[in-house]
Structures are given as structure tokens and as C-alpha cells.
Design a protein around this ligand. Structure first.
Ligand code: AMP
Length: 282
């Protein structure tokens, strides 16, 4: 992969890159489209990264429909697919990790210790292998996008990071490879994550700016799900992930909950001003 990327660069090609763990859906394919402008070659990777899974998480059962993924990427206009085996990515004697301090410890980092260290380490390695000019990530994993943007800035990578909006099912459920685990009842209750974000947004639009009642409005919606267990519902500054109270400026409203044994996340990015609330980007 590295030789190929070096040759492409030497020939003057600009490389766009979409890292994934496979089990692709329309959300992933939207990233491929987002990588295209300004790039001559769009590369994707499929790598179920063992380093970002905790003990007891779903590494073994994570879906791996490789042939379908490959066909969908090809149909979406992806030019190059990189699928390294885990044994190639991690030598047993490897001792180097990339850590984005503090940002990795909040929100999802609290219930998934080591997760973001796994993400930043693998993305750093993928950047060195694929050598992209542009890399595209989804707002679906908002904390991941903020952390990777910090990493790119802190380590002086000459890479333009693009964050693409969340692609949802028509009923509002954010697309996720993990939705495949949900029973019919769990899927119905999973919709409450999106509804909870909407409830907080409605309170914001009505003028509430204190974080506690806004989050309580979200948690109350989640509590309607019998099979749903809330992990967190928080409002933070979008750029820094720092707590934000009173809520103003560009904020991230983020929610995580287990539906049965499946952990789901969703979020909203809003621009909150004295005179109103509007959609914003990460
Ligand atoms: P994953 O395969 O889950 O690691 O995701 C690969 C990339 O796709 C990440 O940048 C995700 O944020 C992004 N992604 C996942 N789900 C969605 C979605 N529903 N909409 C947009 N991007 C997504």
C-alpha cells in the first residue's frame, strides 16, 4: 500500500482516504463521495482494528461481509481498497501508540477505556501507509472526528480532514454497522436516541440554556425504553469537548446508550446564539 501511495504521489495524484471497519452502509458510502472533490484517487480501508475493542466488546462477532463491501465500494466509485490482515498491522513486538490526551477520556472514553488510543494509533498507521491528502470521517463518531482533527494538527500531518454529516434511516435512526445486532424491539427503542437529541434541541429553541435541564429532557426520553440503558447524555463545546454551561456557541449534544447488549451513539452539532439555534458542522 505504501509503495502504491508513494508512486501515485510521485505521479502527481491527490489521494482521498476513507478508513472503515467494513459492514458498509450508506453512511460509509457518503464518505467516499465526500472524498472525491479535489482528489484523483479515492482509497478506502477495511480493517476491524483489534486495538480499539475492549475486553468483552464485539470484536469476534463484528460483521465482516467482505465481498458485499467490496462490490459496494466499487459501485460508489472507490478506486483503491486496502484490507490489511491484523498480523501485518501489529507486530507482536510493537510498543508505539498514539494518544490524544484528555479528549480521549471524556464521553465514550469513560466507558470504553483504551478505545480512542486504539483509534488514533491505527489511523496514524493508516495515514502513513495510504499517505492521503484528504481523509474523511463521519460526524456519527463525533468524538473520534474531534480527536483525529487534534491529532492531525498536533502531529503536523499535511492532511485535510473532512467531516461528513450523519446518514440516517428514514425514521431517524443513525445508520451503524451495529444496528444489525438489534432485535425488532431494540431497534424501535433505539429511535429514542434521536428523539432524545430532538427533545434537548426543542428545549434549547424554547430558550433554556442551562445544561442540566436540557440533558434531563434527553435522559427522560431515553428512560421510556425498557431495553435501553443510558450511558451518557451530555452537551459539550464542539471544538474542545469541554463541558458547556450555560450552553452557547458551537455545541455537541452527544448520547450513548445500550439497546440490549448493543452500544449505540448519536449526536447533534448546533450553533446556539442568544436569538436562536441552528444546525452546525463539526
Ligand atoms: P466504522 O466502520 O464504524 O469505523 O465507520 C467508518 C467511518 O464511517 C467513520 O468515520 C464513521 O464516523 C463513519 N460513519 C459511520 N456511520 C455513519 C453514518 N451513519 N453517517 C455518516 N458516517 C458514518
Amino acid at each position: 500500500m505504501q509503495r502504491r501511495a508513494t508512486a501515485l504521489r510521485a505521479a502527481g495524484a491527490r489521494i482521498g482516504f476513507v478508513p472503515t471497519m467494513g459492514a458498509l452502509h450508506a453512511g460509509h458510502l457518503s464518505l467516499v463521495a465526500r472524498a472525491r472533490p479535489g482528489c484523483d484517487v479515492v482509497a478506502a480501508s477495511i480493517f476491524v482494528n483489534p486495538l480499539q475493542f475492549g475486553p468483552g466488546e464485539d470484536l469476534e462477532r463484528y460483521p465482516r461481509p467482505f465481498e458485499r463491501d467490496r462490490a459496494e465500494l466499487e459501485a460508489a466509485g472507490c478506486d483503491l481498497l486496502f484490507v490489511p490482515p491484523a498480523t501485518d498491522m501489529y507486530a507482536t513486538e510493537a510498543r508505539t501508540f498514539v494518544v490524544v490526551d484528555e479528549l480521549q477520556d471524556v464521553l465514550c472514553g469513560r466507558s470504553r477505556p483504551g478505545h480512542f488510543r486504539g483509534v488514533t494509533t491505527v489511523v496514524a498507521k493508516l495515514f502513513n501507509l495510504v499517505q492521503p491528502h484528504v481523509a474523511v470521517f463521519g460526524q456519527k463518531d463525533a468524538q473520534q472526528a474531534v480527536i483525529l482533527r487534534r491529532m492531525v494538527q498536533d502531529l503536523d500531518w499535511p492532511i485535510e480532514l473532512r467531516v461528513a454529516p450523519i446518514v440516517r434511516d428514514p425514521d431517524g435512526l443513525a445508520l451503524s454497522s451495529r444496528n444489525a445486532y438489534l432485535s425488532r424491539e431494540e431497534r424501535r427503542e433505539a429511535l429514542l436516541l434521536h428523539e432524545a437529541l430532538g427533545a434537548a434541541r426543542a428545549r434549547l429553541a424554547a430558550g433554556e440554556r442551562r445544561s442540566a435541564p436540557l440533558c434531563a429532557a434527553g435522559v427522560q426520553v431515553l428512560s421510556r425504553g425498557e431495553r435501553l440503558r443510558s450511558d451518557y447524555f451530555e452537551i459539550v463545546e464542539a471544538a474542545t469537548l469541554a463541558p458547556c454551561d450555560p450552553v452557547r456557541g458551537r455545541v455537541l449534544i452527544a448520547v450513548a446508550a445500550w439497546a440490549g447488549s448493543t452500544r449505540l451513539i448519536d449526536n447533534l452539532v448546533l450553533d446556539v446564539r442568544d436569538d436562536g439555534v441552528s444546525d452546525a458542522e463539526l
